[in-house]
Design a protein. Sequence first.
Length: 202
Amino acid sequence: MTRIGIPIRFVDGEERPLLYGYEPPVLPEGYVPPAGRAPIQLHEIDLYVTMRCNIRCEFCNVRAGEYNHRDIPLDRVKRLLDEAAPLGLREIHFLGGEPTLRKDLEAMIAHAVGLGLHTRIMTNGMLMDEARLDSLLDAGLHEIMISVDGLEDTHNRLRQCGPDGWQETMATVRATIARRSEEHTSELQSRGLISYAVFCLK
């Protein structure tokens, strides 16, 4: 059943939108863009693969971890990438929430790499031991952005990540540096109090 194009399901007699019931729109047969208009192409997508998170940052703009939210299913992620690649997509950024909470993150990365996409994850780095980092690299991960919000006291306060949060994040930074390809450099991009350690891995 649908209402104004929105799939509906009934739960205990109550109407609710059917999550992930999306189907891509179909352009009219023979459609061509107006003359003189530059073609619109995707370049990159920021894909929020989960709203779950292991910490509660004061500045989180999506309020990750504060409400129940179903993760977008793996098969839908793959279909989305399949749909986007022919539209010119070049880069896919997996973020959240904390994307490393997804046990199937490697499958997403591998599928994207198979489509010829550049892959990046944006992470707080606290849940990535060396085995997980190697697993992500084996899946084809090209780039990792690790959030570092100042020195230890400032970072732990802003991210509400406990007394060991900064140390756990920096352990991942060090492990990533150790695996970084020699021909690539790392950079620290500062934006006010918030910085990101960005590492090109391949």
